[in-house]
Design a protein around this ligand. Structure first.
Ligand SMILES: Nc1nc2c(ncn2[C@@H]2O[C@H](COP(=O)(O)OP(=O)(O)O)[C@@H](O)[C@H]2O)c(=O)[nH]1
Ligand SMILES: [Mg+2]
Length: 243
């Protein structure tokens, strides 16, 4: 993996900060309209170690993230969200991160929710906290998206052995130890089920925590289509049958 991205070492690292050992990893593809706002939101909540992985975007995502003076890594070609998270998590581990948050670049996640996921992992009760939009009253998720996500829950349960309330939620917190154990080799969106499979296989304690996922016109316009979701499901099944 090393060699196909550039490191830009503008990380603002401050060990004295309460959240200094928490790294937030953001995989971003063509998100120049939202990435600046997302980073500013995280900083307002005290997160200073922010790692953006620009996945060969065709727009100005790289420049927009760099402007915010965070660590920006770049894949020279588009490799997928799974590959980008692996790149960002490896980087955070190399910087001695104790806790790693994965956070979306399109503004659907809320920085104020991070604390409750972190609390669970910091308490030692779980190595991974998984965000769930369905553990609290959810009026945001569009109807068709809800159906696709519910089918995804059943497929992941069947293939990966764990029944979650929201198996395709990119909002997670890993302890350092859990992040070291979880090996993401699925480059594209199937990484979400692979993470669940790894948690199951490696017997990593996990807990789902309620989070709010916002659906704006922007995120709906860019998000995964129904057809894409079917392709992700088929690739998940293929991967499971061939590994
Ligand atoms: N690195 C990378 N990130 C991606 C890619 N596709 C989507 N993303 C990012 O992954 C996050 C979730 O993707 P999105 O399409 O919004 O999925 P959805 O919210 O589940 O519909 C966003 O932050 C996207 O910028 C990709 O090919 N590479
Ligand atoms: Mg999205």
């Amino acid at each position: 993996m090393v060699g196909d991205y550039l490191y830009n070492s503008r990380s603002v690292f401050d060990n004295k900060m309460k959240k200094g050992n928490v790294y937030v990893v953001i995989a971003a593809y063509n998100e120049d309209k939202s990435i600046g706002r997302v980073i500013k939101g995280l900083k307002r909540h005290g997160y200073r170690n922010i790692v953006v992985v620009d996945d060969g975007s065709k727009d100005k995502t790289f420049e927009a993230a760099l402007k915010e003076k965070v660590s920006v890594l770049k894949h020279l070609v588009n490799r997928g969200q799974g590959a980008s998270l692996e790149t960002g998590i490896d980087y955070a581990l190399s910087k001695s991160a104790d806790y790693i948050v994965t956070f979306d670049a399109d503004g659907q996640h809320h920085p104020e929710d991070i604390e409750s996921l972190l609390k669970v992992v910091k308490s030692g009760k779980a190595g991974v906290a998984l965000g769930s939009r369905f553990l609290k009253h959810d009026s945001n998720t569009p109807f068709m998206r809800r159906i696709v996500l519910k089918v995804g829950i059943l497929v992941v349960w069947f293939l990966c052995g764990i029944k979650l309330s929201d198996s395709h939620n990119g909002f997670r917190v890993f302890s350092r130890n859990a992040a070291q154990q979880i090996n993401i080799t699925s480059d594209r969106m199937e990484h979400a089920s692979q993470i669940v499979e790894e948690i199951h296989l490696k017997k990593i304690p996990y807990k789902e925590v309620p989070v709010t996922i916002t659906y704006s016109d922007y995120s709906k316009g860019k998000g995964q289509s129904g057809w894409n979701s079917i392709k992700i499901g088929l690739r998940m099944i293929f991967r499971r049958l061939t590994h």
